[in-house]
Design a protein around this ligand. Structure first.
Ligand code: NAD
Length: 504
């Protein structure tokens, strides 16, 4: 463990700086955040956070970096991101180990998170030569129209604890090829990971001789609030709870800035009678128990068609009771701890509410008697419309509902405030297509014969309703990080007006 931290430049004997403004700020004065290992409850290290004056330094440096960076051709910007991808490849194991230590996610999933950073780097490199605008035919003689995309400015990134590194990369690596600079306010629960990523990335930037476009401003919600309110930040990309998104979104909207919100989910799998039960079992287990139920795309609700429910539930109970829970660094562990003691309390409270509202806990939902914040995953048989199942409890609770068929399943799946990820298991083409149609799932992600979690970076990622409506990562999500300019060029000798208007 220590060797990993040293390789990342992290000697944790004393607090490390969490503020990068063209260089590391030696002694930021916003106070200290202690990073806790959720597997033990013990201190891992501490990070010094930004005061208002430190924040100001960061913003001035980020604006200066953007001023220079926007002049660099996009493919050259892409080449820097290529080098960053290579640096992440070299540090994959060490960075993943730190993510596991700080968040408690099992090592293979932490490695997957770093791989996702590498994948988005590769994607962004290609994108740097494909920031296409359109050319349009003008209605006027000897005129030409086109649209072009320019860098936006300083992009603020607020990230959640459960993807402490990848969320930054989805935003920052696209923003970088788009010509922006990035100010990152990481989660208070995973500040060391943010420091490590910022070190890796800035070593590359410095060696390549490019402007310091990747800034870090560690701190609490107040620092997030400063970014949201700051007119120098045209885009704030915020990933976290719906409550956070509401606060940040309102503040950004008040100054007519842009926000990209990636908020809570309440994801469901629908299982029809003709589904392949082996696929269902694997998808539900990974979706509901993976990352200890702490993914935005975690499967939280299961709608099973009558006739299949009893057998599937029995098999799930058996599987749940065999899930290896333990040290997330150990090979063979499938479920690590929750992030902190509050998360355990929230899970227990949700289960007590579920019981009071008429649900039955089939297995799990207990605290594990060891150091750290371990629980057993809960499988809950629930009556349709259970009120607590409308909320996202960020813990491994899976509510199982029995339904008559597709129509009832879709109606209940959609009848929650959130709209992130959804899936159906069926061999019936018509049922699958109806699920995907305009009257089917209302979520940003809708899958057929695979689960709700574990998206690839190539698609646009995000969800509707209380999930915030933002899209990031693949497809044309890059457009959020640029400003669009429509241009008309007259190469004639007359000045015809649009719509045939004659003036004078
Ligand atoms: P959180 O909302 O507590 O914190 C997220 C970030 O926002 C942190 O950096 C935090 O400091 C900051 N923040 C919180 N309240 C703020 C405020 N009022 N003003 C300014 N900044 C504020 O979320 P979390 O507990 O770290 O993460 C779990 C949540 O994130 C879950 O709801 C999960 O579904 C969601 N999430 C969503 C996605 C997605 O892509 N949709 C991805 C990961 C996590």
């Amino acid at each position: 463990m220590q060797s990993s931290l040293v390789s990342l430049g992290l000697d944790l004997a004393s607090p490390v700086s969490g503020v990068y403004a063209a260089d590391w700020v030696a002694a930021p004065s916003g106070g200290e955040i202690v990073s806790i290992d959720p597997s033990t409850g013990q201190r891992l290290g501490a990070v010094l956070t930004a005061s208002a004056a430190d924040y100001e330094r960061v913003m001035v440096a980020a604006a200066e970096a953007h001023e220079a960076w926007r002049r660099v051709p996009a493919p050259v910007r892409g080449d820097l991101v290529r080098l960053i991808g290579n640096a992440l490849r070299a540090k994959k194991k060490d960075l993943a180990t730190l993510i596991t230590l700080e968040t408690g996610k099992i090592l293979p999933e932490a490695e997957g998170e770093v791989q996702e950073m590498i994948d988005i780097a590769d994607f962004a490199v290609g994108l740097s030569r494909q920031l296409y605008g359109r050319a349009m035919h003008s209605e006027r003689v000897a005129h030409r129209m086109l649209e072009q995309w320019h860098p936006l400015g300083v992009v603020g990134v607020l990230s959640a604890f459960n993807f402490p590194a990848a969320v930054w990369s989805w935003n920052a690596l696209l923003a970088a090829v788009c010509g922006d600079s990035v100010v990152w306010k990481p989660s208070e629960e995973a500040p060391l990971t943010a420091v490590a990523v910022t070190r890796i990335v800035n070593e590359v930037v410095r060696a390549a001789g490019h402007p310091p476009i990747f800034a870090l401003v560690a701190g609490g919600r107040d620092v997030g609030g400063w970014l949201a309110a700051d007119r120098r930040v045209p885009l704030v990309s915020a990933t976290g709870s719906t409550a956070m998104g509401r606060a940040v979104g309102e503040t950004v909207a008040r100054r007519l800035g842009r926000s990209l919100l990636e908020l809570g989910g309440n994801n469901a799998i629908i299982v029809l009678r003709d589904a392949d039960p082996e696929l269902v079992m694997r998808a539900v287990l990974f979706g509901a128990v993976g990352t200890a139920g702490q993914r935005c795309t975690t499967t939280r609700r299961l709608f099973v068609e009558r006739g299949m429910a009893k057998e599937l539930t029995q098999r799930l109970v058996q599987a749940y009771e065999r899930v290896p829970i333990g040290n997330p660094l150990d090979a063979g562990t499938l479920m690590g701890p929750l992030i902190h003691a509050r998360a355990v309390d929230t899970m227990m409270a949700a289960l007590a509410t579920a019981r009071a509202q008429g649900a039955e806990i089939l297995t799990g939902g207990t605290r594990v008697d060891r150091a750290g914040y371990f629980v057993t995953p809960a499988l809950v048989r629930a009556p349709l419309g259970l009120p607590i199942a409308r909320e996202e409890t960020f813990a491994p609770i899976l509510y199982v509902f029995e339904v008559e068929g597709l129509a009832e399943a879709v109606a209940h799946q959609n009848d929650v405030p959130q709209g992130l990820s959804s899936a159906i298991f069926t061999r019936d083409l018509r049922a699958a297509e109806r699920f995907l149609s305009a009257t089917g799932s209302d979520c940003g992600i809708a899958n057929v014969n695979l689960g709700t979690s574990g998206a690839e970076i190539g698609g646009a990622f995000g969800g509707e309703k209380d999930t915030g409506g933002g899209r990031e990562s693949g497809s044309d999500s890059w457009k959020a990080y640029m400003r669009r300019q429509t241009t008309t060029i007259n190469f004639g000798d007359e000045l015809p007006l649009a719509q045939g208007i004659r003036f004078g």
